[in-house]
Ligand binder design. Structure first.
Ligand code: SF4
Length: 697
């Protein structure tokens, strides 16, 4: 009560990929006041319901506070020895393919870097993948094949400067609320700004849109093929730009034409609505097409993202104010994982196995004796390999695959049978941690210190404003301790996150072709004091001087030319049939985050949607009535949910949120009911779609 207010600590929200700046002010009496940071470029002081409630999520009730071996409290020394021995044994028995790390967009970049360096550099395995595989791997793959590198060309201001913003598979109002607020404020100031929503569901985001295209689930490629052909036939292709900076337009158009001819049938949209969408897109000089998980979490996710990028490349609507294809990520540090190579098919610093000399340059810089020779297993394949006995030691950090991966029963069986499983966690509320042989307590938001990168390439600091509870430690420290026990101490002898950040920044300058976009080598000499005070900083930050806000205005693609990619049409893998007549769609709720370990502790957030439910159109409910418990069955799993009926739900479809874990509602885990079907290019699972039947409980 009588304590004077303490100085605020500038940090970054731990939830979504908008990456809002937060000022945290501990009151000295156990509480923390949270406010938006008015100086942060992502939010300018705004926060959403989840960010505002962060102060109420800092309790220690459910925290894992001490290392444990086989469920018993252990010393750090004993636990770290056990991890090192478990991994050494697996390496000895089965070589580098026999070990795996599964990490998370909840990690800070420095933690992520350390884990990747250990796996790829010193365990010698490509088997490190991130839960970002479930989030935006398809966007990464589409960026790489279009541009030659994983780059989001634009910045948030482009949404405010556009004439038309198209939101595809994105419930921006709920999932990225502050960016949605910015968009609405721009529209209020400039009513000419138009918004189109492409989404099978009529979501909260549709409320502010001029046009909603409720297309058949999974049919996005057909809509954007129709747009590509329309743009070309109506003279909107920028032929000079195409000739100077791109290739593949002819092949992309040839592939698009037969799909465009059937667009109405494939999307089930009124042809007049498609025509209006195409005409408005063509007429708007400045267009941003923003997409999220409705595009990415699909067995055709990479082609969907490519179909969007093709339209921007064809018309040169990229790299200019108010223009561009824009992938928005789910997690606070999804981009950071992409930067350090924590996806199985990438190396640190956007270095690439396929580019001559790059892997060797990295191995030389790290002093790594046996850098992984090839990409490793992606998330779904990795857990299949665990189930098949092909992985002898696995380390899961800051994520809950027992709850989030498809075909959850098989994943849980694989975890239960794992010869050696390590879980680093902040919480006891983890469906995965219960299977672990060794549990390691990690620092949480407010306790840890490092950086994250948001969806517009802004690197922001997450700073410490709370003491480390119990014996919890930073993830990078835990990794370095294990590395030292495996005999690699010299390569992991960091004294804090600033030293790791410098190394990470230096890696981005290795073996550098002039055009590689991700370059923060200008930050490699940052001293500890400047790292501590680092303001939000957008990459690139090359050594030569300040970078640009947007990429590709005048070409300058990492691959030399950008590539328009032919995108064949593929429907979702599971079609409804007589046994499973409905389509299940999944997604987020406004006030919950992932598996609710934080947001589930805040009553006013829980009040928005207090229990897991399944929403149907009333005419699809048959004899079932609203409020009753129902069993939602797919061919690969089932969940028990409360039925809700809504006229706005598309006929023939059902919606269920993805947040509930065993801790909150054991029978309501939705992702686990889905089939483990993945995109052939990105390896991202089709988490948005399944065939479904519903019966009384
Ligand atoms: Fe946090 Fe995202 Fe909300 Fe911003 S919009 S406060 S980053 S959850």
């Amino acid at each position: 009560g009588s304590q004077a207010p303490r100085r605020g600590v500038r940090t970054t929200c731990p939830y979504c990929g908008v990456g809002c700046g937060v000022v945290a002010r501990p009151d000295g009496a156990g509480g923390t006041a949270i406010a938006g940071d008015p100086r942060h470029p992502a939010n300018g002081g705004r926060l959403c319901s989840k960010g505002t409630a962060l102060g109420e999520t800092l309790g220690l009730e459910d925290r894992l506070l001490h290392p444990e071996i086989d469920g018993r409290r252990a010393s750090w020394d004993a636990a770290l020895d056990a991890v090192a021995e478990g991994f050494a044994r697996a390496l000895e028995r089965g070589g580098p393919e026999n070990v795996a790390l599964y990490v998370s967009g909840q990690l800070l970049t420095e933690d992520y870097y350390a884990a990747n360096k250990l796996a790829k550099g010193f365990l010698g395995t490509g088997n490190i993948d991130s839960n970002s595989r479930l989030c935006m791997a398809s966007a990464v793959a589409a960026h790489r094949r279009a541009f030659g590198e994983d780059v989001v060309p634009g910045i948030y201001e482009d949404l405010e400067q556009a004439d038309l913003v198209v939101l595809v598979g994105s419930n921006l109002a709920w999932c990225h609320p502050v960016l949605h607020q910015r968009l609405l404020a721009a529209k209020a100031a400039r009513p000419g700004l138009r918004i189109h929503v492409v989404d099978p569901r009529r979501t909260a985001t549709c409320g502010s849109a001029e046009l909603h295209l409720p297309l058949r689930p999974g049919s996005d490629v057909a809509l954007f093929a129709a747009l590509l052909v329309h743009l070309h036939e109506h003279g909107h292709a920028d032929t000079a730009w195409l000739a100077a900076h791109t290739e593949g337009a002819g092949a992309a158009l040839a592939a698009a034409r037969p799909i465009a001819a059937q667009a109405a049938a494939l999307t089930s949209l009124d042809p007049a609505l498609i025509a209006r969408f195409c005409a408005e897109w063509a007429a708007a000089p400045r267009v941003v097409t923003l997409w999220s998980q409705g595009v990415n979490q699909s067995s055709a996710g990479t082609d969907k993202a490519s179909a969007i990028i093709n339209c921007h490349l064809l018309t040169g609507r990229i790299g200019k104010p108010g223009c561009g294809p824009f992938s928005i990520t789910g997690q606070p540090n999804a981009m950071g994982g992409r930067e350090v190579g924590a996806l199985a098919n990438m190396l640190a610093g956007h270095l690439d196995w396929d580019q001559p000399g790059e892997a060797a340059a990295l191995a030389g810089y790290w002093g790594a004796p046996r850098l992984a020779q090839r990409p490793g297993l992606k998330a779904v394949e990795m857990f299949r390999a665990l189930g098949d006995g092909r992985i002898g030691a696995m380390w899961v950090m800051a994520t809950n695959p027992a709850m989030s991966l498809p075909e959850g029963e098989a994943v849980r069986a694989a975890l239960a049978a794992a010869p050696f499983l390590v879980v680093s966690e902040t919480t006891r509320r983890s469906d995965t941690a219960r299977y672990a042989h060794v549990r390691l307590p990690a620092l949480a938001w407010g306790e840890k210190d490092g950086t994250v990168t948001n969806s517009e390439r802004v690197i922001s600091r997450q700073r410490t404003f709370l003491p480390a509870p119990g014996e919890a430690r930073p993830d990078w420290w835990i990794v370095a301790q294990v590395a030292a026990r495996l005999g690699h101490g010299a390569a992991f002898a960091w004294d804090g996150p600033a030293a790791i950040f410098r190394e990470h920044a230096a890696v981005t300058g290795l073996a550098r072709p002039a055009a590689r976009a991700f370059d923060i080598s200008g930050l490699a000499g940052l001293d500890d004091a400047h790292y501590a005070a680092m303001p939000p900083t957008r990459w690139p930050v090359p050594e030569a001087g300040p970078g640009t806000g947007r990429f590709f205005a005048g070409g300058g693609f990492p691959a030399g030319r950008a590539r328009l990619v032919p995108t064949p049409f593929r429907a979702p893998a599971a079609a409804p049939d007589a046994d499973f007549p409905l389509r299940l769609l999944t997604g987020r709720l406004r006030d919950q985050w992932h598996s609710m370990t934080r947001t589930g502790a805040v009553p006013r957030l829980m009040a928005h949607v207090p229990e897991p439910c399944l929403t149907l159109h009333p005419e699809d409910a048959g004899t079932l009535s609203a409020g009753e418990l129902v069993v939602a069955e797919t061919p690969t799993g089932s969940a028990v949910l409360r039925l809700a009926l809504d006229q706005a739900q598309r006929r023939g479809t059902a919606f269920a949120p993805m947040h509930w874990t065993a801790e909150f509602a054991p029978a309501a885990r939705i992702n686990g009911t889905l089939a483990a079907v993945t995109d052939p290019v990105s390896g991202q699972p089709e988490l948005k779609h399944a065939a479904l039947r519903v019966r009384a409980y």
